[in-house]
Design a protein around this ligand. Structure first.
Ligand code: ADP
Length: 306
């Protein structure tokens, strides 16, 4: 199965024609509350494609936390390792989306920062028996690193998404990543090099590869992705299909969740094919509003993806 160790956030989303400047108030035309957090998003996308999934996370003992647990259940995600703490509120993200589908986001991690070694110990059995483990940086990085170590030691495939980006990422994140998957911004922060096109992505990809991961994927929004691996150190551009983007919030998480599904359930596909299929799934997600609300279900997708 797919195990995700990561964050849950309640998204408070406001839609405006344009994003406000500092000090400015703009009037929005729509508000909604959604389920987000990179870890949970990735887990939900993998589950909707048909993966058996477990989420290892912490929410608050509050209404947002209760609702989040119900959300996991509706998505058929195991909540055995979802902790509910009195010491912090459920993580929250305030998101503003403009009419071009661009966004700005403020995150208050809350309970997410309380995911710790104890949570991992409780879940040791599922972590070590998983096909794929997925980690990000919205919980305490030391906890993500420990989870990756546990999985790696048991031969579980590790998929690491260094998001949100950190300039001084612990070097072991690279050596413990079978697949290191970042977007343009994260790649820029990690390497200090600009990423504006597939050629740049190939360059930063090869730099990240030298830090010890087996395979690097840099996602490029509408341009799809660039992949580069130890086995094939020539960067390969895997283009995404042309679609009309409506809301790109959470596209990267849809991509990572889909990739985790393919790694776990179709391990014999080539990486290029897995990326092509994951691009397709993420491109479906940008055509609908919201984060998890835009993630497609297996039953609604073309049969040749499975
Ligand atoms: P993030 O959400 O982390 O910023 P990206 O914007 O790079 O990530 O998007 C992740 C993936 O989502 C891309 O690799 C691509 O597969 C898909 N995607 C994102 N935006 C578009 C778009 N406008 N058209 C088609 N696919 C898209």
């Amino acid at each position: 199965q797919v195990v995700v160790v990561g964050s849950c956030m309640t998204d408070l989303v406001s839609c405006t024609t344009r994003l406000p400047k500092p000090g400015e108030t703009v009037i929005g035309h729509k508000f909604f509350i959604g389920f987000g957090g990179k870890g949970a998003n990735q887990c939900v996308q993998a589950a909707r494609l048909g993966a058996k999934t477990s989420m290892i996370c912490e929410v608050g003992k509050d209404s947002f936390g209760n609702e989040y647990i119900e959300n996991f259940k509706r998505n058929e995600i195991s909540t055995e390792f979802v902790g509910q703490t009195e010491d912090a509120a459920t993580g929250a993200a305030s998101i503003i989306v403009n009419s071009e589908g661009e966004n700005v986001i403020v995150i208050v991690p809350g309970a997410n920062l309380l995911v710790d070694s104890e949570d991992l110990k409780r879940a040791a059995d599922v972590i070590c028996k998983a096909k794929v483990i997925v980690c990000q940086l919205e919980i305490t990085p030391a906890t993500s690193l420990e989870a990756l170590k546990m999985a790696h030691a048991s031969g579980v495939k590790t998929l690491f998404n260094p998001a949100p980006a950190q300039a001084d990422l612990h070097p072991q994140f690279y050596t413990l990543s079978d697949i290191f998957c970042c977007n343009e911004t994260e790649a820029e922060i990690l390497t200090g090099l600009p990423v504006g096109n597939p050629e740049d992505a190939g360059k930063v990809g090869s730099l990240l590869l030298e830090r010890g991961c087996k395979l690097v994927i840099v996602t490029l929004g509408a341009e799809g992705c660039v992949m580069i691996s130890k086995e094939d150190p020539i960067p390969k551009h895997v283009a995404a299909g042309k679609v009309k983007a409506m809301d790109t919030t959470g596209a990267g998480d849809s991509f990572v969740g889909a990739l985790a599904f393919y790694l776990a359930y179709y391990p014999n596909l080539s990486m290029e094919e897995m990326i092509r299929k994951s691009n397709f799934i993420a491109s479906v997600s940008v055509q609908a509003p919201g984060t998890q609300s835009s993630y497609p279900y297996r039953k609604d997708l073309p049969r040749d993806l499975f």
